[in-house]
Write a protein that binds this ligand. Structure first.
Ligand code: C2E
Ligand code: MG
Ligand code: MG
Length: 598
């Protein structure tokens, strides 16, 4: 039985002829009404006829481009998507290579030619592979991989060659660990959602695992991959059946829900939090939590790229607020976040130019009893693009987060030591206090660097004070401890900044023996009105004296407070606006004389 195919005739291409096929269910009859038509016959004895059913089934189930060639007649059967995407004349062609060549990037034509030549001489079972750039009907080139093989007849002779051309850009649509659709697929689906209805309302939600890195490192990839699969499955089960879960990069999942209220998103997220508590195979001492960021369309944004960016920003917001929670997109946070990013970028450039826009100010520290200048604290400042001076609390956390504090920290230490050495010619015992965040103590090169500075500037190490300031993310306390001890042994004085705040507490003092503590301003600002604060400061100072520690009280702004802290509390050193603001070195030197003459 013969079956006749309709096809679109394109120009005067060769090899287009009538062919016959015995299969009645042939779906090569294409339905398009406005196509030019011609007739094709597929020889019923052709191996192509025998495989056509499989070929059809296969082409309907894949996005790849498929072709099969009858080795004896050189006739090639193509999958329909060749016609759709490459403007090919029809599904049955005689000279496939000649048809394909004009669509291949000129530099890659040799690859196609040699693949086809290889096919001519290939024995059954041989696999031929190549990668080249192919132009689609929109005139755009994209990378494809070409894979072909030859099958033998019953006598072992090459009979049928089959091949597959895969577009590399759309090839990877699923995440290889969880099997969920990936970022590309999410992008497409969301675009469809926004385009389909002119009035789409809903929420995009990104879910990020908070400490998955820890699970990776503690248990290895096999266990963490299993955990990821399980989390993917559990979240999928929580979501309504018509809402697919997607896996974006690393440990981030995403979904979108139409016509939803924030409260409903919160309920979904609570269920996700619950399922996170039950990850099997993970030791119950390690908890994996999730944070989420949600953004609403069209209220917050109405295009895919912005919605995805905002969802990521909202996720970052949730993490900054302490993780294990959901945050909704917040325009003010977004602005701040963008400002921080810009600032981080500017600081990076500044560091590359030798910390050009950074400078140090010095605030006097005086002997509480005599009011005599004994030293100064070096305080970092940074010039913003517009020339305004930025205070450290605005940029030091950024420097720490990005690890830029390491090069900047070196610059601070070197400059403070250089300045102090210069001032030693006026006042040999002048002490220079440098703020070092605990995070900096984790750096392995710090000790060598400091030692080298001491030698180069030939400075007495006992005139250097390291003020340890709070910092997050300390991983290696053992090393911090050793480094602390090493600086101690070098003769550097160690001061514990902001005593009573954050890390700076009694238990820290138990493990790290300091020479000095600095009492934060919050304890003294109300001291004249509060008996409680008075007792607190007085007894902290007594306790420190009892174990041989010196006490510096910060934030003294007026004379009555100074007198009280000096006479009743017994402070050793005073730092505060009452004795001087942080100033640049030249202004400070002038104050030098004033304070010492006073
Ligand atoms: P800190 O080390 O406790 O520094 C003292 C802060 O209190 C300084 O703020 C200083 O200007 C301010 N201050 C001093 N006396 C008074 C006073 O009488 N009244 C008031 N209201 N404030 C007073 P600054 O310079 O803004 O520094 C803030 C923090 O930034 C510092 O607190 C320190 O933790 C950090 N920091 C500053 N420079 C550096 C640095 O070079 N490296 C590191 N890692 N941190 C630094
Ligand atoms: Mg300090
Ligand atoms: Mg302080």
């Amino acid at each position: 039985m013969t079956c006749i195919f309709k096809f679109r005739f394109a120009g005067s291409l060769t090899g287009v002829s009538k062919m016959h096929c015995r299969d009645k269910r042939d779906n090569f009859k294409r339905k398009s009404k406005n196509m030019d038509t011609n007739l094709f016959q597929l020889d019923e004895n052709s191996p192509l006829s025998r495989i056509k059913t499989y070929f059809d089934a296969l082409q309907n189930s894949t996005d790849e481009y498929l072709f099969a060639m009858d080795v004896s007649t050189r006739q090639v059967m193509l999958s329909k998507n060749f016609l759709r995407d490459f403007n090919f004349p029809d599904i049955l062609v005689d000279d496939f290579a000649a048809l394909l060549t004009p669509f291949v990037w000129h530099e890659d034509r040799e690859i196609l030619e040699s693949a086809m030549n290889e096919l001519d001489s290939a024995n059954a079972g041989v696999e031929i592979f190549g990668e080249l750039r192919l132009m689609n009907r929109n005139g755009e080139y994209g990378w494809v991989s070409l894979r072909m093989g030859v099958g033998a007849d019953e006598f072992g002779q090459p009979e049928l060659a089959a091949g597959i051309i895969s577009r590399m850009d759309i090839k990877v649509k699923a995440d290889h660990i969880t099997g969920l659709l990936n970022r590309n697929a999410f992008h497409l689906a969301l675009m469809k959602e926004l385009n389909n209805s002119g009035d789409a309302h809903g929420a995009v939600v990104f879910v990020g695992l908070d400490n998955f890195q820890l699970i990776n490192e503690t248990y290895g990839y096999e266990v963490s991959d299993n955990a990821l699969r399980q989390i993917a499955q559990d979240i999928t089960n929580i979501l309504p059946v018509d809402i697919p879960l997607y896996k974006l990069d690393n440990d981030m999942f995403a979904f979108f829900v139409s016509d939803v209220y924030p409260e409903e998103i919160e309920i979904i997220f609570s269920s996700i939090q619950l399922c996170m508590r039950e990850i099997r195979n993970i030791d119950d001492t390690i908890y994996c939590t999730a944070s989420a960021g949600a953004v609403f369309y069209p209220d917050d944004a109405d295009d895919v790229v912005t919605l995805m960016r905002y969802a990521e920003v909202a996720l970052e917001f949730a993490r900054q607020k302490g993780k294990d929670q959901i945050a909704f997109f917040d325009a003010a946070f977004y602005e701040r976040w963008r400002y921080d990013l810009g600032m981080q970028n500017l600081m990076q450039n500044s560091i590359a130019r030798g910390c050009e826009d950074f400078f140090l100010c010095y605030q006097p520290q005086v002997n509480a009893k005599t009011g005599e200048l004994v030293g100064a604290e070096a305080l970092l400042r940074w010039y913003d693009r517009d020339g305004s001076v930025v205070a450290p609390m605005q940029f030091i956390p950024l420097l720490e987060k990005s690890r830029m504090i390491i090069p900047v920290g070196h610059w601070i230490i070197e400059n403070a030591i250089k300045t102090a050495k210069h001032w030693h010619s006026f006042m040999p015992k002048f002490e220079i206090s440098v703020n070092i965040s605990l995070y900096q103590l984790e750096e392995h090169m710090l000790y060598e660097f400091v030692k080298d500075c001491i030698e180069r500037y030939d400075i007495d190490p006992t005139t250097i004070v390291f003020e340890l300031t709070e910092s997050h993310n300390i991983y290696d306390w053992d090393f911090v401890n050793k480094q602390f001890q090493a600086f101690h042994d070098l003769g550097i004085k160690i001061s514990m900044d902001d005593f009573g705040m954050g890390y700076s507490n009694l238990s820290f003092l138990k493990n790290f023996r300091c020479n000095q503590i600095k009492i934060d301003r919050v304890f003294v600002e109300d001291i004249l009105n509060s008996e409680y604060d008075r007792q607190l400061v007085k007894h902290i100072i007594m306790m420190c004296h009892a174990v041989g520690m010196e006490v510096c009280v910060e934030g003294i702004e007026d004379e009555p407070t100074y007198i009280y802290v000096r006479d009743v509390c017994g402070a050793d050193i005073i730092q505060g606006f009452y004795f001087g603001y942080p100033e640049t070195p030249d202004v400070f030197v002038k104050r030098f004389e004033t304070i010492n003459k006073a």
